[in-house]
Design a protein around this ligand. Structure first.
Ligand SMILES: [Zn+2]
Length: 131
């Protein structure tokens, strides 16, 4: 469990909620602009959903229009879940502290800086086209 104080946790939580609202708006606008009726219907839903239904709504959205926003929304959902399970702030790889400063800059961070560096190196290596 992380050593973050209650005040720090609630600050991070507020940031996540704020970002989620921004992304919900972005997703809704993208869907509304798509010109496709099923996405426009979805946009109306996105505008009126409560906290609990965001995750299930995301499953319905499979369009590339909102891909990056949907991806980030999923990360925010996962972070809020970790917050409620009190596993927030622990590095997914080494179990150490991610640290408040890093979380403030990247509230959805799942790894401490050294582990993230290793992860990205590995990931980048794996995804390099072999052409
Ligand atoms: Zn780590």
């Amino acid at each position: 469990m992380t050593n973050l104080s209650d005040a720090q946790l609630s600050q991070l939580k507020q940031g996540l909620h704020k970002r989620r609202l921004e992304l919900q708006d972005e997703v809704r606008d993208d869907l509304a602009r798509s010109g496709e009726q099923r996405y426009i219907d979805l946009a109306v839903k996105v505008g009126s959903i409560g906290d609990d239904s965001v995750a299930s709504m995301l499953i319905d959205i499979d369009t590339v229009i909102t891909d990056h926003a949907v991806h980030e929304l999923r990360e925010i959902e996962a972070s809020l879940k970790r917050l409620s399970e009190m596993s927030f702030g622990d590095c997914a790889d080494c179990g150490g502290e991610i640290g408040f400063a890093r979380l403030l800059a990247y509230p959805t961070a799942q790894r401490c800086t050294p582990c993230q560096g290793r992860h990205e190196k590995t990931f980048h290596h794996d995804s390099t086209p072999s052409l």
